[in-house]
Design a protein around this ligand. Structure first.
Ligand code: SF4
Ligand code: SF4
Length: 139
C-alpha cells in the first residue's frame, strides 16, 4: 500500500503533488490532529477552503462549513485560503471557540460533503468579524 505522510509540519506547495495522489482516499489518516472551522465562517461561507483540501473533508450546512476530524490529514492547506480567518488547527483554537471542535465533528457526520467552491452569501462581508455568531448557526 502506498504510504505518504502529509502533515502541516511538512506542507508546502510541493505537497500538492502528493496531495493530488491522495484525492479521493478519504480513509487515509496519519495524524490525530485536525483543523476546525470556527465562529467567523457562520454567515460568511466563502468556500475557498474546499478547493484546496486534498482529501475533500469539508461538509456544508445552510450557513456554515465544517471539517470532518476523522478525515482531515492536518496538511494546513485550507487555513490561509479562508478570507475571514475562520480555520484553526485543533491546538490553536481561539479562547471561547472550543465548542467548535465538537461541533465540527457532530455536523460533519450529518451534513453533505462539499468539494467545489460556490458563491458566498450576498451579505457575507457585512458578517465578517461579527462576534458570537454561533446563535445564527442553521442546522
Ligand atoms: S473559506 Fe472560511 S468562511 Fe469560507 S467556507 Fe471555508 S471556512 Fe468558511
Ligand atoms: S481540512 Fe484543511 S487541514 Fe484538513 S486535510 Fe483539508 S485542507 Fe488539509
Amino acid at each position: 500500500m502506498l504510504q505518504i505522510t502529509l502533515t502541516r509540519h511538512s506542507q508546502g506547495k510541493s505537497s500538492c503533488y502528493n496531495a493530488a495522489l491522495l484525492r479521493g482516499r478519504t480513509t487515509l489518516k496519519e495524524t490525530d490532529m485536525t483543523f476546525i472551522v470556527g465562529d467567523n465562517c457562520i454567515k460568511c461561507k466563502h468556500t475557498d477552503c474546499v478547493e484546496v483540501c486534498p482529501v475533500d473533508c469539508f461538509y456544508e450546512g445552510p450557513n456554515f462549513l465544517v471539517i470532518h476530524p476523522d478525515e482531515c490529514i492536518d496538511c494546513a492547506l485550507c487555513e490561509p485560503e479562508c478570507p475571514v480567518d475562520a480555520i484553526f488547527a485543533e491546538d490553536e483554537i481561539p479562547v471561547g471557540q472550543e465548542v467548535f471542535l465538537e461541533l465540527n465533528a457532530e455536523l460533519a457526520d450529518v451534513w453533505p460533503n462539499i468539494t467545489a467552491q460556490k458563491e458566498a452569501p450576498a451579505d457575507a462581508e457585512e458578517w465578517d468579524g461579527v462576534e458570537n455568531k454561533l446563535q445564527y448557526l442553521e442546522r
